[in-house]
Design a protein around this ligand. Sequence first.
Ligand code: NCD
Ligand code: ZN
Ligand code: ZN
Ligand code: ZN
Length: 353
Amino acid sequence: MSLRQLPGLIDVHVHLRDPGATHKENFSTGTAAALAGGVVAVLDMPNNTPPTVNEQRLSEKTQIASQKACCDFGFYLGATEDNAGHGAILSHGVAGLKIYMGQTYGPLKMADLAALIAHFRSWPADRPIAVHAEGLAVAGAITLARLYDKQLHICHVSRQVEIELIRKAKESWSATRLTCEVTPHHLFLTQADVARLGTLAHVKPPLGTEEDRAALWGNLDTVDVVASDHAPHTLAEKEGPEPPPGVPGLETTLPLLLTAVAEGRLSWERLVKLTSENPARIFGLKQEGRTYIEVDLDARYVLDSSSLKTKCGWTPFEGMTVRGRLVKVYLRGVMAYADGRVLVRPGFGRALF
Ligand code: NCD
Ligand code: ZN
Ligand code: ZN
Ligand code: ZN
């Protein structure tokens, strides 16, 4: 056994489905899955039913998470066509504003340019605006962030042309005002995997080509964050007539990235930057010295859905052999996870904002 310590992961993009779709996941199963993936803090997205778009919905979610969360947590406020003015008032209590500039799972989609501009105008300059933007919308989001001088975080970048545009924009505008994340599924899977995985591989943005995947790896110095976009749906839903987009990821991010380190495709320094240092910097979080994880670099195992803590109970990475296993998680000095078991009670997790 060869043990190594790392800072706990901060996953800035998860969907824990609570309230509204707790048959897919809830705050205790989702944060147990987080700890089992070495994740000590999650930032939860607002596309719940009903969506998290006002003070009442935020306080409901805070109450739920305070009772159920095993790891630390923060929330995004969802942008709607009429909450721009109020959004700025609520900014102090959230991780950031989330704008859906395209259709995905859930009811939030910003289709009105005036409303979009109102959000970019009124949101405070020191809190991130995170966007679901694909293709042309990436260019639109960068333009607005630059015009209104806001902090823009582009979620789940998946295409070569997008990462190259972001590289260019960072060079000519700002590498700190503009940040972006990629997901493990876009780093490790492509359209070629759809033949094998069927609708389980259905995700927004869709899996890319081999060229897209290679471009994400080739531009890793432009990528600020690896986030799981943990988006659980039940197997019955995924295999049903209208499969919703999304794959779970909280428990597979770390072993996949550790495997890339073992194979010499990723350095330790960059792994720590992508999963902990940069998320903390972008969202203004303190990194606590007594919060860290231990991994066994020698362990080799096969990813297997039967050992997952996520309520949805499946993974698109089933059957993959990985190198590097999470052994322990310490959260604020407390051993929160060890050898496959969560050791803290729901309610141990704290609100970050
Ligand atoms: C996400 C979900 O299911 O909430 N689905 C997905 O395919 N990524 C929504 C999103 O992040 O776009
Ligand atoms: Zn308030
Ligand atoms: Zn999205
Ligand atoms: Zn998402």
